[in-house]
Ligand binder design. Structure first.
Ligand code: G16
Length: 545
């Protein structure tokens, strides 16, 4: 038997963040860096041996090389069968679905999500477990500990496998299927939504759309689903060819980065009536109408209120969940429906237990993520189809649907201010000062409003009772306004401070104020409490969403 054992170089910086290990490409290109992380994962996930593994990524720079490395490590670690996407492409939701559909032991997703790509950009790797969802913290902690002391990794010396066509081949005894990246996922979507009804609306010309794939992984998925299966307008998908560097763009579906889409949607009466975008790996979404933006927190609330109108959810929904910084718009809907609304820390992994335990059907986050129990990841194209189906049922525009929701439930004005690439020590100092200050704020009045809760958010998982502390400083006012501060867990340069600000307004006559104006007083308070300008040296946030 061949000796596949090679000496490993331990690394000390492989602690996964909010969603897997994300670093500069140049970090991943260090000798044995990826190998170290992957072998540590194999050591931790003993069930991979003799079983099926799903493998794919968002097509960014280093995707193909990483796939070949992982295949050889998988073969040497006794994996029986690997399904890998054609050209190495699989969206994050598609991986989650394939794991569940084919009873895989797990899957590797290669992506740094919405972070820029290319040789100077970011790369990332994440391991999803057999339920299709993120590995829990206990698992990633073990991987991290292993990666610091690993002495050897196992890897065959086989030649690279061609990934540019669908085929079945072998690496030693390990079977490799290079599969259609889109087929299984598109079938799942057809099962959840009323495709004939949406198609009819496209064909009648009443509905037209523009989906910006941002030169990332969703291009082939969007073309198959929107243009082929739903007969949308011919130019429905823009930037639909995946590129290693996302054509120099930043594949982040928000108002700051999806500028091609915004220009199309704001181009006057001939503009498409519906717009959407997704990110690098296809799990985020942004929803737009003509000159109208749907805040992701509102999107979750509107989905919750209307899910029963769509085929996949016609039996109603069990409960919902949102992350701490996501606005409390969905709480109002849950309350009126008499269902449970869970508040979790940031990170899709916290929804996993709630979904597996059948406590919730829908979940979402302010960071342009929404999803349901159909998989264990957030799902960009699913959200787009949800909205298309809703338009087809309600025969209303995006703006009309959103405004009537506000009229009924009230409007949560909401914004997030990001201060990026701050020195990590300064960012930690800022958070520590806030933590120290937060207790004494409870009961005080600011701008005439009493603070009823001020603390550092801690979460007890209702299923496994695990406790996750220090998840963000929250300041809640008597009139339901709220400020939340936390440091991002996905950046690759210094620290990113996120300040989330929201205000609840029930009077429809006050639903037309520009968001930053509506929140101006709270923004001032948030800046003053944190002393963000003094400490960061920045007078304005780098990104406002
Ligand atoms: C990941 C996580 C999300 C989280 C987002 C932002 O998304 O899966 O749960 O909300 O990061 O996290 P942070 O605020 O810590 O940067 P993605 O799309 O980057 O995988």
């Amino acid at each position: 038997m061949k000796n596949n054992s090679k000496p490993a170089k331990p690394y000390f910086d492989q602690k996964p963040g909010t969603s897997g290990l994300r670093k500069k490409v140049t970090v991943f290109q260090q000798p044995g860096y990826l190998h170290n992380f992957v072998q540590s994962t194999f050591n931790t996930a003993s069930n991979l041996k003799g079983n099926l593994l799903i493998l794919g990524g968002d097509g960014r720079f280093y995707n193909s090389q990483a796939i070949q490395i992982i295949l050889k490590i998988a073969a040497a670690n006794g994996v029986k069968h690997v399904m890998v996407g054609e050209n190495g492409l699989l969206s994050t939701p598609a991986v989650s679905h394939l794991i569940r559909k084919y009873n895989a032991a797990g899957g590797f997703i290669l992506s740094a999500s919405h972070n820029p790509g290319g040789p100077e950009g970011d790369f990332g790797i994440k391991f999803n477990i057999s339920n299709g969802g993120h590995a829990p913290t206990s698992f990633t902690d073990t991987v991290f500990e292993t990666s610091k002391t690993l002495s050897h990794f196992q890897m065959t010396d086989d030649a690279d496998i061609p990934l540019d066509k669908q085929q079945t081949c072998y690496m030693g005894e390990m079977k490799i299927d290079v599969i259609d990246s889109v087929q299984d996922y598109a079938e799942l979507m057809e099962h959840l939504f009323d495709f004939p009804r949406i198609k009819q609306l496209f064909k009648s010309g009443v509905l037209s759309m523009c989906f910006d794939a941002m030169h990332a992984v969703t291009g082939p998925y969007a073309k198959e689903i929107f243009e082929k299966r739903l007969s949308a307008n011919n130019d429905a998908v823009i930037n639909g060819i995946p590129k290693e560097d996302f054509a120099g763009g930043h594949p982040d579906p928000n108002l700051a980065h999806a500028t091609d889409l915004l220009n199309k949607l704001n181009a006057g009466p001939a503009a498409p009536v519906f717009g959407a975008a997704s990110d690098g790996d296809g799990d985020r979404n942004m929803i737009l109408g003509q000159n109208f933006f749907v805040n992701p927190s509102d999107s979750l609330a509107i989905m919750t209120a209307n899910a029963h109108l769509l085929p996949g959810y016609k039996m109603g929904i069990r409960g919902v969940a949102r992350s701490l910084p996501t606005s409390r718009a969905v709480d109002k809907v849950a309350e009126s429906m008499g269902i449970e609304c869970y508040e979790t820390p940031t990170g899709w992994k916290f929804f996993g237990n709630l979904l597996d335990d059948k406590r919730i059907t829908l979940c979402g986050e302010e960071s342009f993520g929404s999803g349901s129990d159909h998989i264990r990841e957030k799902d960009g194209l699913w959200a787009v189809l949800f909205w298309l189906n809703l338009i087809a049922v309600k025969k209303q525009s995006i703006e009309e649907i959103t405004r009537s929701h506000w009229q009924h439930f009230g409007r949560h004005y909401y914004t997030r201010h990001d201060y990026e690439a701050i020195d990590s020590d300064i960012a930690n100092e800022l958070m520590q000062k806030l933590r120290e200050k937060s207790d004494s704020l409870t009961g005080k009045k600011l701008s005439g409003q009493k603070i009823i809760i001020s603390d550092d958010f801690s979460y007890t998982d209702p299923v496994d009772k695990s406790i996750t502390k220090n998840q963000g400083i929250r300041i809640i006012f008597e009139n339901e306004s709220r400020i939340v501060y936390r440091l991002s867990g996905t950046g690759t340069e210094g620290a990113t401070l996120r300040i989330y600000i929201e205000k609840y307004e029930t009077n429809p006559e006050h639903h037309n104020i520009e968001t930053q104006t509506a929140l101006a007083d709270l923004i001032t308070i948030a800046n003053e409490i944190s002393a963000v300008k003094t400490l960061s040296g920045k007078q304005v946030p780098d990104v406002i969403t």
